[in-house]
Design a protein around this ligand. Sequence first.
Ligand code: ADP
Ligand code: MG
Length: 483
Amino acid sequence: MAKGLALLDDVTPHDGGNGGSTLDIDLMWSHVQARLQDIVSATNYSRWLAPIRPVDLDDHSLTLALPSRFLKDWVETHYRDRIFDLFRQQAGRAYTLNFVVRNILTGGEPAAQTPTETRPGLQPVAQQPAASPAADTGNVLTGGALDPRCTFESFVVGKPNELAYAAALRVAESPQTHLNPLFLYGGVGLGKTHLMHAMAAHIRRRTPERRVIYLSAEKFLYQFVRAIRSKDTDSFKEYFRNVDMLMIDDVQFLIGKNNTQEEFFNTFNELIDQNKQIVLSADKSPSDLEGLEDRLRSRLGWGLCADIHPTTYELRLGILQSKLEQINSPVTVPEPVLQFLAHKIASNVRELEGALNRIVAHAELVGRAVTLEAAQEQLADLLRAYDRRVTIDDIQKKVAEHYNVKLADMMSPRRQRVIARPRQVAMYLAKVLTTRSLPEIGRKFGGRDHTTVLHAVRTIDKLVREDHLLAEDVQLLEKLLKN
Ligand code: ADP
Ligand code: MG
């Protein structure tokens, strides 16, 4: 848990606040801000300096908060000295500066504080919404039923998903967090939807007064389009703006749908400004989501983006053991069979579950014990397909990671060697490891011509015989991809 907790701790406010000095700091800070506005360009001011909030002033130091680690680092590196000087001029003497990451969206009237969340002068607390008259669906409105199997208890936590899990739990447990928006991202079948359902179910059970909407992006889109058709966008807006927590799953589907993205952005901003919680999931990080509007991308960075990494062998084994307990079948599945599955079915938890279910069902039906041989036989078709099924997406992702280039550069027109070479390696691997044709591969790499792909394949094929470092890279990548 070390990493997850460290990050979460980072946004936990210090105790012992600014007490009576709130006004003084705010006043002095507004002067500093005015001076800063004179000194730097408007863009730089609004991007880097406007989000700064003074949160504490004691005898020696001034503490300034920024809503993300990135902003904090940037401001600290680029503006620390200037701020130090300006504040010294204001205060008449020098104070050391502390920068902390804390998501404080001020601007609203500080409303009534809840006892557990009292942070005087710091944070407006969301108003309790008017009770919903049509509450027959409970406090959680969804586009479909919540899957009762998807709970926090049934979610197996390991290194790859511990941050996402901890953040999801934190947000589900407390009506006010600094993890806003919470953005969960990761590949298919890694548990994003599971975590979101778990959050909604948790809130429904524990704090039914919190109003939550959980929707897939497709449902959001559908409702929006329907509202436009029936010229009833006002109630659409009402519907989404009158909640404590809005959860939208798979937001990548909103991209490119400009009206919907626009509407979503408005809703998003309003809710965030009112300190309502937003939880989103997507298959990629905000920076890799092509076509996402920049202002939305940057706002997403204000909260926490938690990456669910591909599963490790240990996590897969843990998941299998937990699923087996849940199935609660009289059939025993020996450990080596679980290990075999965890080893072979590496990319997607859904398929892992499917394979386990198949083995158990088979054993129940024919009344024979599960053995490794039997399992291998029953899953032969799946495993064969699986062995063959390395996708171009996987290849691009792994290669980009390996060479530390952006995923988007796999598709970009950039030709610098540091990017072009990894891209060629990826095209080569796509040719070798998948059954895709050259034109298909070209399309997946930003619409390149098949001759470009052919050239890449030939180049790498030649280079691996001359350049042992490159040969090692390629071998390692092949191994990682075939798992
Ligand atoms: P995603 O939304 O990321 O594509 P899902 O949440 O639908 O993935 O997960 C796919 C399946 O795998 C679901 O049945 C889910 O319960 C299961 N699953 C994924 N990760 C875990 C985990 N860590 N522990 C238990 N089950 C998991
Ligand atoms: Mg999903």
